[in-house]
Design a protein around this ligand. Structure first.
Ligand SMILES: [Zn+2]
Length: 216
């Protein structure tokens, strides 16, 4: 039975690396896949991981019919054994419905990778639809850690190192960008709710008002 699997996690939890690994393992067995991505950090039509691996991918543009694309490939004699979707949170809900049809009508496995919630802790529409439709959800809890050392479960958007909670849901940035720009940082829930990034925690630690009280 083919299935729609949603691998969900925070930014920086190794999703793209796992996506590339799944692709690699299957191609080593002679299987051929189609990789869709959207707004990858390496540019249009690329799937890249933070570890430096990059592969060609099909850019899933706004309004693109993913089911139609695959039917078209198959009808032209193309070989498609499975489908990988990275940055699936950026897809529209109806594109997720198309992926479910790929599983049910074309009999292909679809492995979708995405961030569940945005910088305001709200579900991305694409991820919400995946949670609603997926046969299986795998929560990736790979070594992404908050600056405090706790497991990072939430994505914060930062401007100049300060956490912001207003703005458009999608502003493509990267956790490794310089702090002057819009960036992202993964935090534990406690520090996300307190809006404490590593930069603000560091500034706070240097401030005399929060020095530990020494008893006489
Ligand atoms: Zn923390």
């Amino acid at each position: 039975m083919s299935e729609l699997v949603f691998f969900s996690g925070t930014m920086d939890c190794g999703k793209s690396t796992l996506a590339l690994q799944i692709g690699h393992n299957r191609s080593a067995r002679g299987l051929q896949g189609v990789i869709f991505t959207r707004d990858d950090r390496a540019g249009e039509g690329k799937l890249s991981s933070r570890l430096g691996l990059v592969t060609e991918a099909v850019e899933a543009t706004e309004g693109m019919d993913l089911y139609g694309y695959l039917v078209d490939q198959l009808s032209k004699g193309g070989k498609v054994d499975y489908v990988i979707v990275d940055e699936a949170q950026f897809l529209a809900p109806d594109q997720i419905d198309q992926l479910a049809r790929v599983v049910d009508d074309l009999g292909l496995d679809v492995f979708a990778f995405g961030i569940t919630t945005d910088f305001r802790t709200k579900l991305f529409p694409g991820s919400q639809r995946l949670i609603e439709l997926a046969d299986r959800i795998e929560a990736l809890q790979v070594e992404a850690l908050c600056w405090c050392g706790a497991r990072a479960t939430h994505n914060a958007r930062t401007v100049g190192g300060e956490m912001v909670v207003e703005g458009a849901q999608v502003v493509v940035g990267d956790v490794n960008r310089p702090v002057e720009e819009v960036g992202y940082e993964v935090l534990c829930r406690r520090h996300h709710l307190r809006r404490m990034t590593s930069a603000s925690a560091h500034a706070g630690a240097l401030s005399p008002d929060v020095l530990p009280v020494t008893s006489a």
